[in-house]
Design a binder for this molecule. Structure first.
Ligand code: RIB
Length: 303
């Protein structure tokens, strides 16, 4: 199975700060790094490092050379990558000493992805493949409708969640949701994990849902099954791209036919490793690194 990811690519400007800046305040950063990022790029890198046949689609803008190089070196196939005259997307990220972050994104070329471009890429794929997307590029509602018409399974990570997305996205086209609690709450109005999952499955009974719960682990639910997995405790350095790493490893494991408990285990181990390292894409491990820590780390009780 081939995985086609229509996703963003950002240059992340990462500032290490004592604490997050407050309104009207000026603070000095202790350190500045430039990393490859963007939810789309991170998820493609994670998919490829987890061993999936991964194709990245999206618009590379001016100044995006390091992003293309990162994708290529991670084993992502780039024959369908588009190029735009816009400036490439970027993110301003503050990271505090506990590893927490806050993020501002500027879309740039990520917002120049057109329906025509999507159609030309989709014409090379079919129902035996899988499309993945997030909410950082333009025209994802069009993409979802076209996947439905073409019979291509759509995996959706509705991140970052926005009012516009909630109002216009055709969620009924989604085969598999990968969401966190904030997104689950925005989609359903519920706050408890069980209520979020119940509401999602009532509304879209054909869908499968993976709900990540941070340090409490993760729950998978479909019409017939529920599985959960605890989180691995590591020293957090930078939580950026932990969710993207989870998404990539879960999907790659699923695509090669592993059962859901194993998919959850692989993805949880990979995101724990990503949290223990700085940066977005550079923090994402390979499958070999995940296998190497499998017996050394112990998960918390499943939620
Ligand atoms: O999910 C983390 C990513 O969100 C960062 O790499 C940043 O670019 C934003 O897209």
């Amino acid at each position: 199975m081939r995985l086609l990811n229509f996703g963003s690519m950002n240059v992340d400007h990462v500032y290490q700060v004592e604490r997050f800046v407050r309104p009207g305040e000026t603070i000095s950063a202790r350190r500045l790094d430039h990393f490859c990022g963007g939810k789309g790029l991170n998820q493609s890198v994670a998919l490829a490092r987890a061993g999936a046949e991964t194709y990245h689609a999206g618009m590379l803008g001016k100044g995006g050379e390091m992003l293309e190089q990162m994708l290529r070196e991670s084993g992502v196939k780039l024959e369908h990558l588009g190029v735009s005259a816009e400036m490439t997307g970027h993110a301003i990220i503050q990271v505090d000493p506990s590893g927490q972050n806050n993020i501002i994104i500027y879309g740039g070329s990520n917002q120049a992805v057109t329906p025509e471009y999507m159609d030309s890429v989709l014409s090379r794929f079919g129902p035996e493949d899988m499309v993945l997307t997030q909410n950082e590029i333009s025209n994802i509602s069009y993409l979802a409708r076209r996947c439905g018409e073409l019979g291509i399974p759509l995996v959706f990570n509705p991140s970052p969640i926005t009012r516009g997305l909630l109002e216009e996205f055709p969620f009924e086209q989604v085969s598999l949701f990968l969401i966190n609690e904030v997104e689950g709450q925005a989609l359903t109005g519920e706050t408890e994990p069980k209520a979020i999952l119940d509401a999602l499955l009532t509304r879209w009974p054909h869908a499968r849902v993976v709900l990540t719960l941070g340090q409490r682990g993760v729950v998978y639910r479909d019409r017939a099954h529920t599985y959960s997995h605890g989180a691995y405790k590591v020293q957090a350095v930078d939580t950026t791209a932990a969710g993207d790493t989870f998404t990539g490893f879960f999907l790659a494991s699923l695509a090669r036919g592993e059962d859901i408990p194993r998919c959850l285990e692989n993805a949880s181990l990979a995101s724990a490793l990503a949290v223990s390292r700085p940066g977005a894409a550079p923090s994402i491990p390979t499958m070999a690194e995940v296998d190497a820590v499998r017996d050394a780390l112990t998960a918390s009780p499943a939620p």
